[in-house]
Ligand binder design. Structure first.
Ligand code: ZN
Length: 143
């Protein structure tokens, strides 16, 4: 289900049950030519996979949470990576006691129910490339 607001360059979308959050967002962006923008997602996941980037080792540690969690906040941006739309999302999740966990959203986070709001930007999309200082795929020019 997707509502399109062409005058606002915005999309409201219910993400499919059992879908992968990142996969579904990237698919919407590809299908609708969204190469630059910002987004938020709220809802709940059946399980989550987050990343914590160890700056000294320049590598992500994967954190798996195999339990139902609320999406308290999920925010990010859309740009190009390897010539394709790429969503970069960070998320705060709460458990049955209301305790928060959070981090860099990884593939493997499975939707229970989720609503996304995507704002499409016009103009040239930033492109990601390897940054040797951080070891991360960052936008190629900084502000
Ligand atoms: Zn990140």
């Amino acid at each position: 289900m997707l509502f399109n607001y062409p005058q606002n360059q915005a999309f409201l979308c219910r993400l499919p049950h059992d879908g992968d959050v990142l996969e579904e967002i990237n698919k919407i962006c590809t299908d609708h030519g969204i190469t630059a923008g910002m987004l938020s997602v709220i809802g709940a996941v059946r399980k989550a996979r987050l990343g914590f980037y160890h700056q000294d080792r320049k590598e992500y540690e994967i954190l798996d949470f195999d339990e139902p969690l609320e999406i308290v906040s999920c925010a990010g941006n859309i740009s190009l990576k390897d010539g394709k739309p790429f969503a970069h999302l960070h998320v705060a999740l709460s458990d049955a006691r209301g305790a928060l966990i959070g981090g860099h959203l990884m593939p493997g986070t499975v939707i229970f129910a989720a609503e996304a709001c995507i704002q499409k930007f016009q103009g040239t999309a930033p492109a990601r490339g390897f940054d040797p200082t951080t070891g991360l795929p960052l936008w190629q020019s900084s502000c």
